[in-house]
Design a protein around this ligand. Structure first.
Ligand code: GDP
Ligand code: MG
Length: 829
């Protein structure tokens, strides 16, 4: 029987996992090993994927993947995990009465450390609480989230405790150290090359069995490890007991219970780290792989020992195990040796031998043995669950419900946008008023001249126009932080998988896409959690169509100036259009540029956790700070540059000519030939002309006119074109540029909205017609978000070519869409 045939609510035992490569490896590591009990919990609203419970945690699989797993409803059919005692190597290792203990130098350098600086790396499964511990220990503000893949690159932090300085590195979460995903490779490299003094293995006590799998790999590496038994509160709440002292002795690794989100146990953890650091000699256990594999390992070790041994920065036993497991990265390293042929031939022979004797491929044999080792240890030490108050199950029956799942999800998104737009409107008005007051104050108190113009129009006008959107950004991030922290994000990926599948992607791609609504840069970095390169590349290209929060100010400005009553609807429409473009692009790329297979949908669904107020507010504060920094840096620079380009060259003759005209008008008033109001009218006419003349002749005017032939078919005037161009640096600059360019005619400080509303062509027709606004907003939506995003794409794709491709593709598409809107619209109207 296949796992996919298992009815909802039923349980069965795994007998075999078929398939190959990354999928098979991943699914084995996630605990789908022979004899393991598995339960089908529910189907996603679109019937696919399916959520299973295994080893006390929840994981989702696509139907097409569940087919690969063979099951039996009878426990006896699934020969259980190999018994530990039968597996012990014969005569070796009976030291200190401990059956598995070895004295090795592993990574230890033999001498006790005397320096007071300890380098510690945090290693563990996604969601085990590494970042929480990292933050609490080092006082950093890294982003925690109840979703795998929140930490995508390593972060360093420092702290002191008991006179020692600790340099902590927060590494991305991994389920194992095989070389299938970039994270796994990254973590393995970090451990082997950076050689941290001590590794803190953060283990979630609420899913011990699976979490300890990674620990067995660390044991193989023979590195100094301390285990942080995190989420200890959850273990206690479920009413179980875990005799961690005994277990700790069995694996010979110190274990310290911690509660990462409250900081409990961290001082004790650091003290254990110091203890381990001071030890001159490390003893370590060996995971017993059973007679047959052990024999092959020994042979491989002997084979490897003739090579240039010191070049292996890891134990030969580990190299042997990885080779036998078919690890590609290890094979690549061996291929660089002169003895490569002999070693690899031997490896193939041993693999064949193992397969014949064990009637199971070496990959499963090793995984089974590791899980067998863990299960053996836990059998004696971990008691059964008592309390089954499972909120997670309850919430999940609602949010992944057949009929309610999607409506609830879209309701959530709607509330998110509504709050961003409406709620954000109040503080926004207040900030706008303040900026206006500040402008008037400076205007009233400074002597006329270029400096005054620079400060009022360039600095206050430019930066002020952008700063008013801070509240919107804060609110949007509040929602995204909540979604990530609670665990709902993973459910979004779960219910969206079938839909994403239609555009050739994976539910996991959905998360970077959602994050893209916040900022495209971290979103593009988040694509690292997608295993397959082709899916990752496609996701990277479509992330920019997810309208980021920097574009929001532009929309809000125009929507509130021109269509105030249907604001939310238009916003939602824009976002939806971006999604549509993304979907079409994904399909197009999947069918042309990236045709290869996609990756499996093996994804952990973490239990719901109430986000702590602290983590949500930290996240929000961080974003606001980043936004303000952007304000002070690039946006200020951008506004000043744009102002300069717009102000110069300064034509004294022309200015004097206009001044004369005004003087003449005033004289006419004095002579009684015109009335007070007539004077005002003519002055404002003259000022308007002066402004237009000036801008047209300025550098920016010249750039704009240069672009005009390209932009004219879209109905954009040169000011719009220049604003769009300046938005390359950051989208908010579109607004600050408009703030500088659309100075308005009146002497009072008008808000930018008012200025845009009254802006007209020379013939008196308004510049911003509904068609132009639609085209403009779509252009802003579609063309590439900012230089930072392009740099992120280059970093993640390792290619300038793809980064430039993204620029041209998105800008070309933006132009085409705006062109169609304007031309077709003009025909119809
Ligand atoms: P990482 O992926 O390993 O970096 O994990 P995070 O630090 O991002 O934490 C994952 C989730 O677990 C977050 O929602 C944390 O608030 C939560 N969390 C962390 N430590 C604990 C803990 O000890 N107990 C409980 N109940 N939750 C925790
Ligand atoms: Mg993290």
């Amino acid at each position: 029987m296949r796992l996919s045939e298992l009815k909802t609510g039923q349980k069965a035992y795994i007998t075999k996992v078929n398939g190959s490569g990354a999928f098979r490896k991943r699914i084995l590591e996630m605990g789908f090993v022979r004899g393991q009990e598995v339960r089908s919990i529910l189907n996603a609203p679109l019937k696919d994927p399916i959520k299973y419970e295994i080893m006390e945690y929840e994981v989702s699989l696509r139907r097409s993947e569940a087919v690969m797993v063979e099951i039996s409803v009878l426990a006896s059919d699934a020969r259980g995990l190999t018994d530990l005692s039968e597996q012990l190597p014969e005569e070796e290792g009976l030291q200190n009465g401990h059956p598995l203990l070895y004295t090795g130098n592993g990574q230890g350098n033999g001498a006790a450390h005397t320096e007071k600086n300890i380098r510690v790396a945090l290693v563990g499964n996604p969601n085990a609480g590494k970042t929480s511990i990292f933050n609490l220990a080092s006082g950093a503000h890294e982003h925690v989230g109840n979703y795998s893949g929140v930490t995508v690159n390593s972060k360093e932090g420092r702290l002191t405790h008991n006179g020692y300085t600790f340099t902590l590195t927060d590494l991305p979460g991994t389920y194992s150290l095989s070389a299938y995903t970039p994270e796994e490779l990254y973590v393995r490299k970090h451990i082997l090359e950076e050689k941290p003094d001590v590794i803190v293995n953060v283990v979630s006590a609420s899913a011990l069995e699976r979490n300890l799998y990674l620990t067995t790999e660390l044991i193989d590496l023979e590195v100094p490890v301390v285990i942080a038994l995190n989420m200890y509160d959850e273990l206690e709440q479920s009413g179980r007991t875990f005799d961690h002292k005994t277990f700790s002795e069995l694996i010979n690794i110190p274990m310290v219970p911690t509660v990462g989100k409250r900081g409990e146990g961290i001082p004790q953890l650091l003290e254990r780290v110091i203890d381990l650091y001071q030890q001159s000699e490390h003893t370590h256990v060996q995971v017993p792989y059973g007679r047959v594999p052990e024999k092959s390992i020994a042979i491989m070790e002997r084979e490897l020992a003739v090579t240039d041994t010191p070049r292996w920065k890891m134990p030969l036993r580990y190299v042997g195990i990885k080779l036998l497991e078919g690890d590609k990265e290890m094979e690549r390293q061996v291929r660089q040796l002169p003895e490569q042929e002999k070693i690899l031939a031997r490896r193939d022979k041993e693999r064949a031998y193992m397969e014949k004797l064990l009637r199971e491929d070496p990959e499963s044999a090793f995984t089974n043995a590791r899980y067998g080792f863990i299960a053996g240890g836990l059998k004696e030490t971990l008691s059964e669950k008592i309390h089954f108050t499972d909120n997670t199950k309850l919430i999940d029956t609602l949010v992944t419900h057949k009929y309610l799942g999607f409506p609830l999800f879209f309701l959530f998104l709607w509330v998110m946008f509504e709050a961003t737009f409406r709620l954000g409107g109040y503080p926004m008005a207040a900030i706008e008023w303040l900026v206006g007051q500040l402008g008037n104050l400076v205007r009233g108190h400074m002597a006329a001249g270029p400096l005054k113009d620079l400060i009022v129009d360039g600095v206050i006008g430019g930066v002020g126009g952008v700063i008013v959107f801070l509240p919107n950004i804060v609110i949007l991030y509040l929602f995204i932080a909540f979604m990530e922290d609670s665990g709902y994000m993973a459910r979004a990926a779960f219910i969206m998988d079938k839909v994403m599948h239609c555009i050739g992607l994976h539910g996991k791609s959905f998360i970077p896409l959602i994050m893209g609504f916040g900022c495209n840069v971290p979103a593009i970095m988040a694509t690292r959690t997608i295993e397959s390169r082709s899916s990752r590349m496609i996701t990277m290209f479509i992330v920019p169509f997810m309208s980021c929060s920097a574009r929001l100010p532009v929309y809000i400005l125009f929507v509130s100036a021109f269509f105030p009553s249907s604001g939310s609807l238009i916003l939602l429409g824009l976002y939806a259009f971006g999604i549509l473009i993304a979907a079409l692009t994904a399909r197009l790329f999947r069918n042309t540029l990236f045709k290869e297979e996609e990756t499996p949908f093996v994804m952990e669904l973490p239990p719901y956790r109430m986000p702590t107020l602290k983590s949500v507010t930290t996240h929000m504060w961080d974003r606001s700070r980043q936004y303000l920094q952007k304000m002070g840096g690039p946006i200020l620079m951008g506004s000043i540059i744009i102002w300069f380009l717009g102000y110069f060259p300064y034509n004294q003759e022309r200015e004097t000519a206009f001044d004369k005209q005004i003087e003449q008008a005033e004289m006419q008033l004095a002579a009684g030939r015109i009335s007070e109001s007539q004077l005002e009218e003519s002055i404002s006419g003259i000022e308007h002309l002066r402004n237009t003349e000036h801008q047209v002749n300025s550098y920016i005017g010249r750039i704009g006119h240069f672009m005009e032939p390209v932009m004219r078919p879209l109905g954009f005037d040169w000011k719009i074109s220049v604003s769009l161009l300046s938005g390359m640096a950051a989208k908010e600059i579109v607004i600050s540029t408009m703030g500088v360019l659309y100075t308005g005619d009146s002497e009072d400080q008008q808000s930018l909205q008012q200025r845009l509303q009254t802006e007209s062509h020379a013939d008196g027709k308004p510049v911003f017609t509904p068609l132009v606004i639609t085209g403009f907003l779509l252009f802003v939506l579609i063309y590439f978000p900012c230089i930072a995003t392009i740099i992120a794409i280059r970093e993640e794709s390792h290619s300038w070519g793809w980064a430039l491709f993204s620029v041209f593709y998105s800008t070309g598409l933006a132009w085409l869409v705006a062109f169609l809107v304007f031309q077709v619209g003009s025909l119809l109207m």
